[in-house]
Design a protein around this ligand. Structure first.
Ligand code: GAL
Length: 415
């Protein structure tokens, strides 16, 4: 065959299969062991559709570094095809006019019928889908080492702060670290919001941290929350400042520390290391929060691109993300649960099943609240200001609780 014949045969084959292979450059911050395994599942799925995956991973738990890099790429007119962004930040990007409309895929794949309404509304801007959700992470967990609990004579996972501090004292007395912590703003706040939820309950959490109501923010319940939060710090080790979250998880895994306050991406770390829930590690709702659920939905927004093949690849990425097969395999690795409704949970472990049950139950009871630490609740500006105030308090024992109450309440006015 001559070259032009070859070309037209190739083009005809393409037209028949409808396949247009494109490249998808995907910005994310999934670089720890469990996270990387999860991201690899998405890459595999895209490659199986003939597309090229260009990995744009920016290390840094919680995604602060990734967001900085994303901004500079979009401002310079060179956005990635997709980026892992979530919550109110999706609306902010959409308002800039830089996000692609995913309605065609969403309609063909019936997203409206497959997603909880509260999640669908976060993925839409002015009624159109601009992002595709991958999961539901629960943030209000505490993870524990059964080996450490046994050594210290702690019989059960603590259900409230009295039990927690008594367990922590025993672990300390046994010469081990009671609380594995990574001193970074988002990790400090991950602990803080679980404490606020446990001390004040879901209604107080909503008023203080979501509605940013000044009365709630300056109430005695906020004082008690900060006192409890500060008390926890006394159980962390001197090497905590700056430590990455997965290294804190490793301390629990290796039997060096008793507890870690962290979302269930920590479970992804345990699983990636071959550990089994119930045997090698334990999960429980953070003290006082068994009837509540702080949700954190990871999602990918697509940026407007001109190239037709790249647009096709974006559509395929969006469809892949919401497919039942991906939702299962991804979440088995990530530690989260599928965001897609009516998925079978038979392959999931006890922690995930508890999460799934509590997600449904708390949606009915009013205990389902958005995570502030993970960008689901308030504007990125207010979130950043409150996080700074909370971390300053955590890091500086000279700041009194009364002073911290004032600083947090004033940070909440940032917009
Ligand atoms: C969260 C994100 C999770 C997990 C974690 C640590 O904000 O939603 O997917 O990756 O940060 O990086």
């Amino acid at each position: 065959m001559k070259l032009n014949q070859l070309l037209s045969a190739a083009l005809a084959a393409c037209a028949l299969s409808g396949a247009v292979a494109g490249e998808v450059e995907v910005l994310h911050y999934w670089t720890s062991g469990g996270e990387a395994k999860s991201a690899a599942e998405l890459r595999k799925m895209m490659q199986s559709k003939g597309h090229t995956w260009k990995d744009f991973a920016v290390a840094g738990g919680g995604g602060d570094n990734a967001m900085t890099v994303l901004k500079s790429r979009v401002i310079s007119g060179n956005p990635p095809a997709a980026a892992q962004i979530k919550g109110p930040a999706i609306q902010e990007w959409a308002a800039e006019g830089v996000l692609a409309n995913l309605d065609a895929v969403a309609k063909a794949e019936q997203w409206d019928a497959s997603l909880p309404a509260v999640v669908a509304s976060v993925m839409k801007y002015k009624g159109s889908y601009v992002a595709a959700p991958v999961n539901v992470h629960r943030v209000n967990w505490v993870w524990a080492s059964p080996e450490v609990l046994k050594k210290a004579g702690v019989a059960a996972m603590p259900k409230n702060y009295d039990e927690f501090f008594s367990a922590a004292d025993k672990i300390k007395a046994a010469g081990l670290v009671a609380v594995a912590h990574g001193g970074q703003n988002w990790q400090d706040f991950t602990t803080f919001e679980s404490v606020v939820l446990g001390v004040g309950g879901p209604q107080f959490y909503q008023d203080a941290l979501v509605k940013l109501d000044q009365k709630a923010l300056t109430s005695p319940t906020m004082t008690r929350s900060l006192e409890t939060f500060r008390r926890i710090k006394g159980y962390t080790d001197p090497a905590a400042p700056g430590r990455d979250w997965n290294l804190a998880t490793a301390m629990v895994m290796q039997g060096k520390a008793g507890f870690q306050f962290m979302g269930d991406w920590a479970k992804g770390e345990f699983i990636a290391a071959g550990k089994a829930p119930g045997k090698d590690f334990l999960c429980a709702a953070a003290p006082g929060t068994a009837n509540a659920f702080t949700f954190n939905v990871d999602s990918f927004a697509m940026y407007k691109l001109k190239d037709a093949a790249a647009q096709k690849a974006q559509g395929d990425l969006a469809a892949a993300i919401m497919s039942p097969a991906f939702q299962e395999v991804f979440n088995l690795n990530k530690g989260s649960i599928p965001v897609r409704l009516n998925m079978k949970m038979d392959k999931f472990d006890g922690c995930a099943r508890l999460s799934s049950k509590d997600f449904v139950d708390t949606a009915k009871s009013g205990g389902l609240v958005p995570s502030v630490a993970h960008g689901m609740a308030i504007s990125p500006a207010a979130e950043g200001a409150i996080k700074d105030a909370v971390s300053q308090f955590w890091n500086d024992d000279k700041i009194t609780v009364a002073d911290a109450v004032k600083r947090i309440a004033s940070a909440a006015k940032t917009n």
